[in-house]
Design a protein around this ligand. Structure first.
Ligand SMILES: Cc1ncc(COP(=O)(O)O)c(C=O)c1O
Length: 308
């Protein structure tokens, strides 16, 4: 029997508790300044096997450790602790459906934005379908936001920290205010970077093209997955700097991320992309991505971790 979402169990500071009993100190740096680093880890239910698979767990934990190191907070937990807490809390909820698991290291106590500790952790499974609406759309009408993506000379987009999402927020809010589903950011030198919670790919002459990791993007695990899958199914891939105008004339485009999976872009700044529907390469990659994440592709079984 799965747990109702408003009453779910979460892992909090070493214990599994009802989400309503997990209390945070209002003066903690995480509450005041967004001083935390986190991952959103996708888990997929494989109905034939009656198994739930966590996708690319090690890669998510490697990024979490890099984020903590870059922002200089002292994490008291090991990778083994990360994994055990995730497995324990999902099992406690008996979830047998697709999830996004939020795993957050946060600075607690009475310090300030300069504090390195005390650091603690929560792990909260979020059943899919309960996340924000832009993630659940079949296709996206996007704008290029007038706000620029943060960069490595100000606050690196490589760091997956709560505070970085305020940059995502201003772009997303502008998009929604103007009637779009979401936005695409340019970086500080005016080249294409990424979406507010996702990476961007486009198709040009049958080649999959995405900005480089040095173009102000998060080191996205889905981006890496798509590149690897595309190469194994014979779709050529180029990582290169992209001009804004290239977005308007490409054959296909999509945003991707752990929450968004692979979501087609139907238009950008009202320029119709391709036929204005999900493109063939986009659809093929989405299916291949889901197969890999559900443990249905033998080539990529090293990417999945069974929970039960
Ligand atoms: C800004 C940004 N880019 C890209 C992504 C996609 O990253 P991932 O594929 O690791 O979920 C995310 C999602 O976390 C994001 O917030």
């Amino acid at each position: 029997m799965k747990t109702y979402v408003a009453n779910r169990f979460i892992w909090y500071k070493g214990e599994i508790v009802n989400v309503n009993d997990a209390k945070i100190n209002i003066l903690a740096p995480t509450a005041q300044f967004g001083l935390n680093v986190f991952e959103g880890i996708p888990c997929y239910w494989n109905d034939e096997e009656k198994q739930l698979y966590a996708f690319r767990l090690n890669d998510h934990y490697d990024r979490l450790i890099r984020s903590a190191k870059l922002i200089q907070i002292n994490c008291p937990y090991t990778k083994e602790d990360f994994k055990k807490s995730l497995v324990d809390v999902i099992r406690a909820n008996e979830y047998d459906e697709n999830l996004s698991v939020r795993q957050t290291l946060f600075v607690d106590g009475f310090g300030s934005w300069g504090s390195e500790e005390p650091v603690d952790m929560f792990v909260s499974p979020i059943p899919k379908g309960k996340i924000s609406s832009e993630y659940n759309k079949k296709g996206l009408n996007c704008c290029v936001t007038s706000w620029r993506r943060i960069s490595d000379i100000t606050l690196s987009p490589r760091i997956k920290c709560g505070a970085n999402y305020i940059n995502s927020r201003v772009g997303q809010r502008e998009a929604l205010r103007n009637g779009y589903d979401t936005c695409i950011f340019l970086n500080e030198i005016g080249k294409v970077s990424e979406g507010p919670g996702s990476c961007l790919f486009m198709v040009v002459n049958g080649t999959l093209v995405t900005p480089m990791l040095t173009d102000s993007v998060l080191e996205s695990i889905t981006r890496d997955t798509i590149i690897k899958i595309a190469k194994t199914i014979g779709i050529p891939v180029e990582e290169r700097t992209i001009d804004r105008t290239e977005l308007y004339t490409c054959e296909e485009a999509f945003l991707c991320g752990s929450a968004m999976e692979v979501t087609p872009i139907l238009s950008i700044d009202k320029y119709i992309i391709g036929s204005g529907e999900a493109g063939k390469i986009t659809t093929k990659l989405h299916k291949a991505y889901l197969d890999a994440a559900k443990g249905k592709n033998e080539k990529f079984m090293n990417w999945v971790t069974p929970i039960y």
